[in-house]
Design a binder for this molecule. Sequence first.
Ligand code: 13P
Length: 342
Amino acid sequence: MNNAELAKIAKAMVAKGKGILAADESTGTIQKRFDKIGVENAENNRRDYRELLFRTSDAMKNNISGVILYDETIRQKAKDGTPLVRLIEQAGAIPGIKVDAGAKPLAASNEETVTEGLDGLRERLIEYHKLGARFAKWRATYDPINGRPSYNCINANAHALARYAALCQENGIVPIVEPEVLMDGDNDIEACAAVTEWVLKETFQQLYYANVVLEGMVLKPNMVIAGLKCDRQASVGEVAERTVTVLRRCVPPSVPGIAFLSGGQSDEAATAHLNAMNAAHPQLPWALTFSYGRALQAAPQKAWSGKMENVPAAQAAFRHRAKMNGLAAVGQWKADLEKMAA
Ligand code: 13P
């Protein structure tokens, strides 16, 4: 393991004005996205869709530092036979890979989950490194409603995240550590703040015990936000302030960057929140950027809708969202810029 090399990759993943494209939907998750646009979930459709994103060269070069792939995609070739990984590298971005096996029911709990996938992970990481992956992702989820999460759930997931992160670093791969407090319930923003703080404290404690080098990782947290079904939705400024407050309490300055998930926020809300944090806090110890799935892809998916002739429109939609989020990552986004494109 070479700590300087890991730190270099981690820094590049959160480079100024750039963020990560989370295109690592499992075959089951992409099915949900394709259902919405009436596209059959076939291998060639998944390839065509992802190929159009990775071939949006200016967006990739200017605003995307890395792409998180799914197992199928890291092995897939573009229509002309070029490996999709090469397209990403040619655009100047870093290929990454989702390595967790999903959130599974946590035994003897109140409908909580623990993320699985540690068995055989070392061997898989060695193979993924050969295939070109230089970073990985593992996502744990916590539901902040009905008395959840329990300490058992937080502890089990933090322990797994730490074991995963240490294995990644052993194999020259930068771990994205993703503890996600879900935002689709009816909980208020206070509940999200309290659970996020607890989860992050426990996660960093376990990372310490597991000898994870903080300079060689990227944190991917939720923002502190009211559940989407909560009656009281906080303002953009309140989300930004509460999120920065919790992160300051929990994330050591040695972590180079924090790349948020979008978690079901609208495209523009995800951009506005990130922008508000960076605009109000230009001197934070870590870079604050995006690692969005839905908030980067909903617009291009809709524009594409599975039709070849829509590829330029889909690429324009992706270029626009990547640009807006790139501006938000340096606190220079304005709502007017959205209207101009519309
Ligand atoms: P969303 O931005 O759609 O939440 O996806 C990010 C991600 O990678 C979830 O694991």
